[in-house]
Ligand binder design. Sequence first.
Ligand SMILES: [Zn+2]
Length: 464
Amino acid sequence: MKTRAFAVLLLILFFCSAGGAQEQRLERRKYLDPKTPVSDDPRRVPVKPGPRGPEGTLVLSGGRIFDGTGGPAREGTLVIERNKIAKILAAGSTDWPKDARVIDVTGKTVLPGLIDLHTHLTYPLTAEEFGVAISESDATLRGAEKLRYFLESGITSVRDVGSQGDVTFRLKEWVNQNRISGPRVFPAGAFITAEGGHSTENTPDELIRMMGATRLASGPDDWRLAVREQFHKGADVIKLGSYFSPEEVKAAVTEAHELGLKVTVDAETFYIQRAVEAGADTIEHPLPRSEETIQLMAKKGVAADPTLIPYQIIFEEWGGYFGSTSRRFTFSKDANLEMLKRLRKAGIKCGVGTDLILHWYRYMPGPYIRELKNFVEAGWSVPEALVAATKTNSEILDMDDRLGTLQPGKLADVLVVNGKPDENLDDLAKVELVIRDGYVAVENGHATLPRHTAVPMKGPEKRP
Ligand SMILES: [Zn+2]
């Protein structure tokens, strides 16, 4: 009896401490006056007040509006002022300023920009090209190219969960300033894992360090330090990978939450249980886990980013997943789909990510559409899959107060497709127009930037 009471006490203490870590993450927000603008990322850094986005009003008139809140598409007109959605007008209304730029989208579908929760923008294009893989210059250019492919596929935000050096932080900044074409970038910085853990197999330590996309950590203090290093560089999220001890993952998750950041974990089998017990916010991939772990995920509100598509490509192109020490289990397309069904059945929030390594981003938008079809095969309706890709993804990203739905006051990240993707997911490939942060970023399917505005020269100095 005494032992049982003690066990119950331990359990209560455990849930209190796990909840406490989450509360610390949210408590940071309590110190922000809602009138003070903050950065449009999960870091919420106070920024100078002032107008953002392009000048003027942009009107998308006469389209079918699928707003991402869960309701059906309806006829209407979207009015954007600078970088925010100002209002949604009923069909037929022309209640916008005379000097507004009006784009006729009659018959087309207007929806929130898509979000990809799992990218690696700097990863090399082939397994052999280590020469350019370690070059930060090449990594930057690869990242810029991938961003354009994603943007032209209708994606307006990516969560990068492991990339080289400072590259993703700089790409984020350049996109924010509208100096290069791309979706918003929410970087994790380096992927934190242990010696011999996932993403280190078959690669010598020296090369791992040279590529700089993986941070090897050992012991709770070093895991904490590794989290602080990513925060220092500008991380919007922390990415951890097994292997880790319970103390290591707990130290890293607690540190991230104290810094105000969410944590996503790439783990398998009992390591998922360990990460969930430590307070992780999201688990990547459809990898094996027990029913007990699934139930604990559901109870603690831990989300999933199941990413079935990279494994489908691996099964189809390589004939199976071999030689990985961190993937020592048998899995298959059917087993992965079954895992997604179990996650749905348990009521776990599931988001959409592609994890396209190597040259696979060149398949876009195919992989993203196929991932949505996986959701449909696992029980989601087509509109529900689109809500997962937009609203749910914004929640997992910790950005649901400003992204993910078409509602007044939200940031203007908008996709226009020539078709009805809420009825036929293949129509998502017919991207016409993408607006990111109020800027027209894709027009007639092509990425576009405003023409440069010449800065007047100062002219010759006046001499007496
Ligand atoms: Zn990945």
